[in-house]
Design a protein around this ligand. Structure first.
Ligand code: 6PG
Length: 479
């Protein structure tokens, strides 16, 4: 029997997705550059379903039913192009190449356009959920043509996570690179989510003296309420874990420099390009970068003053921190979703934000109870200009606001960096501010560069003759 899907690239994500397809009743053709990996997979898990072992891409393709579906699970970048180049001569019109890695969406757009010219479908698929998700049910974000989804969607939906109501956490996102774009933004939010958790931990530890074990309890409790989410749940696990070698909390033994593969950075770069203010996500990327400058930080510890102000912590400081975390988290989701709206305009994608929030409800790293409410916020005709403007969220933030301000003030007074707590608050205050100092920025730009400005009291574009008699003239818009 020919296989319904072929997977090439059997590192852990590829292997687990292949197993997931097989466990769901599909026949899966397997290929890896070194056959040893294919054999290892078959030896360990060959009894989980119907696999076809192949040694070459020719053999892989020859074992697939039509239209052929070939999933590439190799490292993003050059390796993806190289596998595509090898596959193209082997495929027929209407066949589908699927890239399930974390590829940059602009690469996906380029590849999709190039393959469409050859009559092939190219589908960039965002897959979230880590190794376990890939095996047991990830959240899946496919882009590519609507036509390709007809042949591919049912398989992806079958292996995806399911929400409480049974809906698959997989839906066609939109054309070309939309799936990878949405996955990228998911990861940007993931960065901010983890950073706000880190800031809460740091404040509870450094300001309130709560040790990791005690905090494990706190995070477990938080996981019962509105913060309920995978990342809060595993925070309790990590904080509660004791290092076998030293007997210390593991978190005290792990080097404090965060790695990053690049998707958070890409989110911020795209946000900058589109003029979308993803400040919380940016701060979370920068926080990782700063953490990695270990040698520079070592000097900073010696030479930089650290004078702080004494503060008396509010009685309910732990609850204050929880609220600050929740409000900051909402801001990062709002910023991520705002970026999706900008991208939809830029690339002509019809992004359904309710559906996207819906498929993040289970399977992915940012899965959280909150996503149900985010989904509801964008249901039907309700398309708020910003997530925070929907009553459910504006009220939630209003409730958290006093605590959020107290926590940011305390962090500043004690010299505990809380870049996402504070930049999210600045974003929130920026959104609600009547007059921003951007008016002065415009005045300055006009002064040194004749960049012109608009007035609040009449239409048109103006320039003040700063180096002349300082009268104002109507001007060409150089805004
Ligand atoms: C997911 C994760 C996954 C991966 C990140 C890690 O959704 O399953 O986001 O894609 O763990 O790439 O990214 P960093 O190495 O950049 O933290």
């Amino acid at each position: 029997m020919p296989a319904q899907i072929g997977v090439t690239g059997l590192a852990v994500m590829g292997a687990n997705l292949a197993r997931n397809f097989a466990r769901n009743g599909y026949t899966v053709a397997l290929h890896n550059r070194s056959v040893a990996k294919t054999d290892a997979l078959l030896a360990a898990h060959g009894d989980e379903g119907d696999f076809i072992r192949t040694e070459t891409l020719e053999e892989l393709v020859a074992n697939l039913e039509s239209p052929r579906r070939v999933m590439i699970m190799v490292k993003a970048g050059g390796p993806v192009d190289s596998v595509i180049d090898q596959l193209v001569p082997l495929l027929d019109e209407g066949d589908i190449i699927i890239d399930g890695g974390n590829s940059h969406y602009t690469d996906t757009r380029r590849r999709e356009a190039a393959l469409a010219e050859k009559g092939l479908h190219f589908v960039g698929v965002g897959v979230s959920g880590g190794e376990e998700g890939a095996l047991l049910g990830p959240s899946i974000m496919p882009g590519g043509s609507a036509e390709s989804y007809k042949a591919l969607g049912p398989l992806l939906e079958k292996i995806s996570a399911k929400a409480d109501d049974g809906t698959p956490c997989c839906a066609w996102i939109s054309t070309d690179g939309a799936g990878h774009f949405v996955k990228m933004v998911h990861n940007g939010i993931e960065y901010a989510d983890m950073q706000v958790i880190g800031e809460a931990y740091d404040l509870l530890r450094s300001a309130a003296g709560l040790e990791p074990a005690a905090q494990a309890e706190i995070f477990s409790q938080w996981n019962e309420g509105e913060l309920s989410s995978f990342l809060i749940e595993i925070t309790a696990e990590v904080l509660g874990h004791v290092d076998a070698a030293t007997g210390k909390p593991l978190v005290d033994v792990i080097q404090d420099s965060a790695g990053q593969k690049g998707t958070g950075r890409w989110t911020v770069q795209s946000g900058l390009d589109m003029g979308s203010p993803v400040s919380a996500i940016a701060e979370s990327v920068f926080a990782r970068s700063l953490s990695s400058q270990r040698e520079i930080r070592a000097v900073g510890q010696q030479v930089l003053a650290g004078e702080t102000t004494e503060v008396t912590l509010p009685e309910n400081f732990v609850e204050d921190v929880r609220q600050a975390l929740f409000a900051s988290k909402l801001v990062s989701y709002a910023q991520g979703l705002d970026m999706l709206t900008s991208a939809a305009g830029e690339y002509g994608w019809e992004l359904k934000l309710d559906e996207i929030a819906g498929l993040w409800r289970e399977g992915c790293i940012i899965r959280a109870a909150l996503l149900k409410d985010i989904m509801a916020a964008y249901k039907g005709d309700a398309q708020p200009a910003n997530l925070l403007f929907t009553p459910a969220f504006s009220e939630a933030i209003a409730k958290a606001l006093p605590a959020w301000r107290r926590v940011v003030a305390i962090a500043v007074q004690l010299g505990i960096p809380a870049p996402v707590f504070s930049s999210s608050l600045a974003y929130y205050d920026g959104l609600r501010r009547d007059r921003l100092p951007a008016a002065l920025t415009q005045g300055l730009r006009d002064f040194f560069g004749a960049h012109t400005y608009r007035r609040t009291d009449k239409e048109g574009t103006f320039h003040t003759l700063w180096s002349g008699d300082r009268t104002e003239i109507a001007a060409e818009d150089t805004h």
